[in-house]
Design a protein around this ligand. Structure first.
Ligand SMILES: *Cc1c(COP(=O)(O)O)cnc(C)c1O
Length: 436
């Protein structure tokens, strides 16, 4: 597999280089030089394959010879060791549950696959890989559990004090082994600024082999295509071959993977980009003007992104064909009141508890089906996290109905370990150097 930078289309790097660099020097994003179209024989018979089989076929088509078949198979079996079931809620309304992995969010797909690919590419005797990651909640848990016990790696997670939920904090701070958590007295943006500055600091770069685990890494994007193919396979099993996906979006990695799957031949009818009031992309789809804004805090905080980092990839996938992009993707945006209303509706009508991000995707699907008189097209909305991760969002009557999975019950028995730091870079740097 060869990749180029969106800022410099003539560059060529290997998959390994792209994974370790995460972002090119020129601050573009890596994209595959060739996006293979999968054979009709595979696409038409998706329902004959299991999730790991689909994942292998899709990954192999993209990655090619960079990872030999047996190694790629074992990476996939180890990383994607949980299911992504589709549940029918009513005629033509289905939910794709992407939170059956260890951190209870869809980010497990990307983080677990990426950690194993990185570990695979680390050669014997190579310097330990130091992964720095800033999180507003879900990324940190998925990355921590993805790298836990992976040889020759160490993860440092920065999270904003008092701004993640209790369960999220436990997921970040109770791992031990090669995972350490740093609680920053500041916001998520402060955490991200510290990580960014660390990557440009000469002394730190000499001392450590630093890499980032955020959602722009190409090794996080690839595994997210797997569940689109697998969801379509499940729909085929139900006798349905015309599908629209509604994707709750923040940094646009998730829907970006869906669009990549579409480019590879997955016959998706339409995509819906559902956001909270951080609506830079829905605005663009409406007006044609891409105007990033500072992010605004909402109940669906994993989507509080004013300048989605993966948008560049989507623009690149459709370069020159923005008209096609606009035909394929519709944007919708909702405020917190509408989000709560959707959560209540889903609970009352389907006896189903959806996390706030998921509820936004459902509302967007419903509105799209109504606005376009397309109630006869099967809609699948993506459920990106288990509701127990956002306990404060729900009214009491619904909160009591949220099931607590076994791994969360176990978390409550563990003790939090984290280091508290301010938001100044010098303190963070000193901590890294002293604890190297
Ligand atoms: C990260 C996240 C999102 C947003 O996904 P993007 O790929 O950044 O668009 C949505 N929902 C939940 C629960 C998340 O953790």
């Amino acid at each position: 597999m060869k990749l180029y930078s969106t800022k410099n289309p003539s560059t060529r790097v290997s998959f390994k280089e792209a994974v370790f660099n995460s972002m090119p020097q020129d601050k573009g994003l890596y994209m595959p030089v060739e996006i293979p179209r999968l054979e009709d024989k595979f696409l038409n018979n998706l329902d004959q394959f299991t999730l790991p089989e689909i994942a292998f076929h899709v990954a192999k088509s993209l990655i090619g010879e960079d990872i030999p078949d047996d190694d790629l198979k074992s990476i996939i079996h180890d990383a994607i060791n949980f299911l992504a079931p589709i549940v029918k809620l009513e005629e033509n309304v289905f939910v794709l549950e992407l939170w059956h992995g260890p951190s209870l969010a869809f980010k497990d797909f990307g983080a677990r696959f990426m950690s194993r690919v990185m570990s695979y590419f680390l050669e014997k005797g190579e310097k330990q890989l130091d992964v720095l990651v800033a999180t507003s909640g879900d990324t940190g848990g998925a990355v921590a559990l993805g790298f836990l016990g992976v040889p020759n790696t160490r993860v440092t997670i920065l999270y904003p004090k008092c701004k993640v939920s209790d369960i999220q904090e436990l997921q970040l701070t109770t791992n031990g082994q090669n995972i350490r958590a740093v609680e920053i007295d500041g916001t998520f943006d402060d955490c991200q600024a510290l990580v960014k500055q660390a990557f440009t600091d000469k002394e730190l770069k000499e001392r450590f082999r630093l890499t980032s685990a955020n959602s722009i890494n190409i090794a996080r994007l690839i595994p997210q295509t797997f569940y689109y193919f697998n969801a379509y396979a499940q729909m085929l099993k139900l006798g349905i071959d015309k599908v629209v996906f509604s994707v709750p979006s923040g940094n646009f990695g998730n829907i970006g993977a869906g669009l990549l799957a579409w480019k590879m031949g997955l016959p998706v009818d339409h995509f819906i980009a559902a956001t909270n009031v951080n609506d830079t992309v829905p605005e663009f789809l409406k007006t044609g003007i891409y105007q990033p804004k500072p992010s605004v805090s909402t109940l669906s905080n994993a989507m509080d992104v004013g300048d989605p980092s993966n948008w560049v990839r989507i623009a690149d996938l459709f370069k020159g064909d923005i008209a096609i992009l606009k035909q394929l993707v519709t944007g919708y945006r909702y405020d917190d009141e509408q989000t709560l209303h959707a959560i209540k509706f889903i609970y009352d009508d389907y006896n189903y508890v959806a996390c706030p991000h998921t509820a936004i995707a459902w509302q967007a699907l419903r509105d799209w089906q109504q606005d376009n008189a397309k109630k006869d097209i099967a809609g699948v909305f993506l459920s990106t996290a288990h509701p127990c991760k956002f306990p404060d969002v729900f009214p009491e009557s619904i909160a009591g109905k949220v099931e607590i999975p076994e791994q969360v019950a176990q978390l409550h028995k563990k003790r939090k370990h984290s280091i508290s730091l301010g938001k100044d870079f010098d303190g963070f740097k000193e901590y890294l150097l002293k604890n190297g």
